[in-house]
Design a protein around this ligand. Structure first.
Ligand code: 13P
Length: 257
C-alpha cells in the first residue's frame, strides 16, 4: 500500500509558543501508526518543532521553502543544506502561493527540486489550476503541463523520493473544497501522466495528497478516494481540535480499507 500522509502547512501563521503547544496537543491526542503526520511550521520554529515531533513515531517535520541556491550572499534565503541539518525530512516545492506571489516559475522549481534531492530532502511538489482553467475546461491539461515540466526530467530514483499534492487554487483558503470525484479525477490523471514517462509500479507507489479547504467534515470522503493518499491542510491544521479530527479521519479510512 502507498504511504498515507496528513500534513499541516502553517503558512505564515502562529508564533513559537502557540506553534509548540499546537504540536504537543496534536501529538498527545493522536497515534498515526500506519501513516505519517507532517508539520510544516515557519522557519523560525523549525528547530523547536523538530525537538517535539521527533519524540513520537509517525510524526515528521518539513520546511515550507528552500532556496534554489547553495549558499552565499543571498540575504534572507534558507538553503536545502540548512533545512536538512535541522533535521527536516520534507520540503514544499511549487506551492501556488510561491508561484503566484514570489514568481517561482518552472525553471526555479526545477532548481529547488534538485537542491532538495541533493540534500536528502523529500520534496512535496504542489500543483493545481486556477478557477479560470477549470471554468474553461482546460484544468486537466493545465496540471498535466505542471507535472511534465517539473517532474519528467527527474530520474526514477528522484521520483521515488517525491510526494505530490494537488491543490486547486480556487479551493485554497476559500472554504470551497474540490468534491471527492473532482479530486479523484485529477489524482488519477496525475498518475496517468506520470506513467507516460515512468514505470507503472513506481508511479503507483507515489503518494498524491489533496489540498484546498480540507477540514474535519470533508476529510473522510476525500481520503477514501482510491488515488487520494491524504491531505495537505492549511487553515484547519492551525486548530488543534480540527487537525486532530482530520488525523482521526485518516485512521478510520485506513481501518475500513
Ligand atoms: P487551506 O487548507 O487553508 O485551504 O490551504 C491549503 C493549502 O494551501 C495547503 O498547502
Amino acid at each position: 500500500m502507498r504511504k498515507k500522509i496528513v500534513a499541516g502547512n502553517w503558512k505564515m501563521n502562529t508564533d513559537k509558543l502557540k506553534g509548540s503547544l499546537l504540536t504537543h496537543t496534536v501529538m498527545e491526542e493522536t497515534n498515526p501508526g500506519n501513516f505519517e503526520v507532517i508539520f510544516f511550521p515557519p522557519f523560525p520554529f523549525l528547530s523547536d518543532i523538530a525537538l517535539i515531533s521527533c519524540q513520537k513515531q509517525g510524526f515528521s517535520l518539513g520546511a515550507q521553502n528552500i532556496s534554489e541556491f547553495d549558499n552565499g550572499a543571498f540575504t534572507g534565503e534558507v538553503s536545502a543544506e540548512m533545512i536538512a541539518s535541522i533535521p527536516c525530512k520534507y520540503v514544499l516545492v511549487g506551492h501556488s502561493e510561491r508561484r503566484m506571489y514570489f514568481n517561482e516559475n518552472a525553471d526555479v522549481l526545477n532548481k529547488k527540486l534538485l537542491k532538495a534531492y541533493q540534500h536528502g530532502l523529500i520534496p512535496l511538489f504542489c500543483c493545481g489550476e486556477p478557477i479560470s482553467e477549470r471554468e474553461n475546461d482546460n484544468y486537466l491539461d493545465f496540471v498535466s503541463i505542471q507535472i511534465k515540466e517539473s517532474l519528467f526530467d527527474l530520474t526514477a530514483d528522484q521520483l521515488k523520493n517525491t510526494v505530490i499534492a494537488y491543490e486547486p487554487i480556487w479551493a485554497i483558503g476559500t472554504g470551497k473544497t474540490a468534491n471527492p470525484s473532482q479530486a479523484q479525477e485529477m489524482h488519477a490523471l496525475i498518475r496517468n501522466v506520470l506513467e507516460e514517462k515512468f514505470d507503472q509500479n513506481l508511479v503507483e507507489s507515489i503518494p498524491i495528497l489533496y489540498g484546498g479547504s480540507v477540514n474535519s467534515s470533508n476529510a473522510s470522503e476525500l481520503f477514501s478516494q482510491p488515488d487520494v493518499d491524504g491531505g495537505l491542510v492549511g487553515g484547519a491544521s492551525l486548530k488543534a481540535e480540527e487537525f486532530i479530527k482530520i488525523i482521526a479521519s485518516m485512521e478510520t479510512v485506513l481501518r475500513n480499507k
